[in-house]
Write a protein that binds this ligand. Structure first.
Ligand code: SAM
Length: 207
């Protein structure tokens, strides 16, 4: 995601009360952060964060944590969030390091418009590759649920294969989310693709 530099980025990040600066300190203790035992949902690659904010607003009985690799992108989310939500936290982290931060405390993972990494030599970098599915195994409580949206058919197809090989069952699937009956909260990328008439693929996988 290319972004122009945000002038007050460091101040925004420093002063943000819901950005967790040292997330590894809470491994296995995220309920202490939220001060309740509600289920915890994770979005990996939250970008500028419209989806996770609206999900948290609409679902106060679920805790949400947004993960994003780039601090500049996170700062954009912080800048536009209108208010503090007690059930939302954000973390600047590469998904490869998720095991250092969570231990069997997540119930749902959202992967929204993840980078497709189309070249074969980069397939392990896809957030639904076998490499990442193993990482997610150690984050989930007993039941696992991955919800994915993408415009990219290649990524969608390879995700169906890797999720199935890993034992997941595809509980819901759509090749045109907008015209399905599946309830949906839009992401920034999704809004852009919709305005261009591009169909969105959706799946819910459970294990
Ligand atoms: C194409 S954007 C989609 C943003 C948002 N989910 C949406 O749908 O509008 C992908 C985002 O995932 C982030 N990302 C990619 N790989 C990541 C990783 N390994 N760990 C954390 N974030 C990652 C990128 O920095 C980028 O912000």
């Amino acid at each position: 995601m290319r972004l122009r530099n945000l002038k007050n980025k460091d101040v925004l990040l420093e002063e943000c009360s819901y950005l967790i600066h040292e997330p590894w300190e809470y491994k296995g203790k995220w309920h202490e952060v939220f001060q309740n035992c509600q289920p915890i949902h994770l979005e990996i690659g939250m970008g500028k964060g419209d989806f996770i904010y609206e999900m948290a607003l609409k679902n106060p009985d679920i805790n949400f944590i947004g993960i994003e690799k780039y601090s500049g992108v996170l700062a954009r989310a912080i800048k536009k969030y209108p208010q503090y939500l007690p059930n939302l936290r954000i973390v600047c982290l590469d998904a490869l390091k998720l095991e250092q931060v969570f231990a069997r405390e997540i119930t749902t993972i959202y992967l929204n418009f993840s980078d497709p990494w189309p070249k074969r030599r980069n397939q392990d970098r896809r957030l639904t590759s076998e490499v990442f599915l193993h990482v997610y195994d150690s984050l989930f409580q007993e039941k696992k649920q991955i919800i994915m949206k993408t415009d990219n058919l290649g990524l969608f197809a390879s995700s169906i294969v890797s999720l199935s090989k890993h034992g997941y069952i595809l509980e819901e699937i759509s090749f045109d989310l907008e015209h399905s009956l599946i309830p949906n909260v839009l992401t920034e990328y999704e809004k852009k693709f919709r305005s261009m008439g591009i169909k969105i693929n959706y799946l819910k996988a459970v294990l």
